[in-house]
Design a protein around this ligand. Sequence first.
Ligand code: ATP
Ligand code: MG
Length: 390
Amino acid sequence: MKELIIFKEGEIALKGLNKRTFEDAFIRNLKHRLGKLGKFEYTKAQSTIYAIPQSEDIDLDEAVELGSKVFGAAALCRALVVEKDFEAICRGAIAYIEETAMMSRTFKVEAKRSDKKFPMKSPEICMELGGKILEAYPHLTVDVKNPQMVVTVEIRDTAAYIHAGNLPGAGGIPVGTSGSAMLLLSGGIDSPVAAYMMAKRGIKLSAIHYVSPPYTSERARLKVERLCEKLTPYCGDVAFYCVPFTKIQEALRDNCPEELFTILMRRLMMEIAQRIAEEKDMQALITGESVGQVASQTMGAIVCTDAACRMPVFRPVIGMDKTEIVEIARKIDTFDISIEPYEDCCTVFTPKHPKTRPILADVEAAQNAFDFEPLIAEAVAGTELKVIKL
Ligand code: ATP
Ligand code: MG
């Protein structure tokens, strides 16, 4: 039995002249994500990408699972390849659907005939094949409105393909087609979700994380690396930058008004992130901020943080409730790691009464009263890079 995986394009199918660029990026990402399972050949035709396994021992269920996380496909399925001969199609279909047929009571056949030279029209294929399936599995009945099993036959230029239903794809557009950005990744729930959402829109991500040893532990940093690993099925390899932030936090504690500590710290985080991002030709920053969630995320605080940024800051969860963010965190399997109780540098030296309505001029004056430049340069120079591989 010869099988392959079919990916149905989503938004890519609507692209105009540059559609090929998107398809090629999707195939490149698929190659990278499925590569560990074995070799596949890739072809494209009629807004569909075919991943054809090149050896018998490749686990196609695993390939479907991995492929369902690659942005760019609306749907995908495992399918049987048969020659374009009606007898062969019937034989193939009856054998191929056995497992699903045994678990179903109702079914229908759907036929798509993009090869118009095939002698039977779609309604005829449905009728005839439906009859054969009923003979082979007499416990089944036809239900065209709400069937438990949909047997799909696609007659294409290259061959006929049979499958028992599509699975939802990851949606979005291929990572790498929308430029690159630096994600400020904490150990919390929100920033991994922000990563997923921006990768879905085609952005290639790097991640930056601030640590304050000895106030934050090595295990806290490892937790964030594990979050990065969880993101790789969606984002691909992630360049992970780890910034030593202790001296800056101590300088803030010793030299700045306590109630402005958080907002100044966030401005300095942004400054370091954009220096590294600029050096690496990234075009934007990403955070997991949600308006009003905590003192540092009030409108006033965001205004003061943004004023320290030269590049756009994307905040994809800005309008989401925590419950909505948690739902996605569970889906992408970052939630259980995020809730592990490790300290974050944001919780070191936090003021008792942070200003929820900071005034930008006051914040800037407080920042200018101390020369942070040497500490910023030292933190950038001391930043460690580790590529977290798929
Ligand atoms: P999260 O759940 O993502 O940690 P949060 O609700 O805890 O967010 P904050 O702690 O105020 O909110 O952080 C807001 C954003 O700032 C985070 O979403 C993240 O983008 C960034 N951030 C916070 N702490 C760090 C850190 N230690 N390293 C890198 N980025 C951070
Ligand atoms: Mg946090």
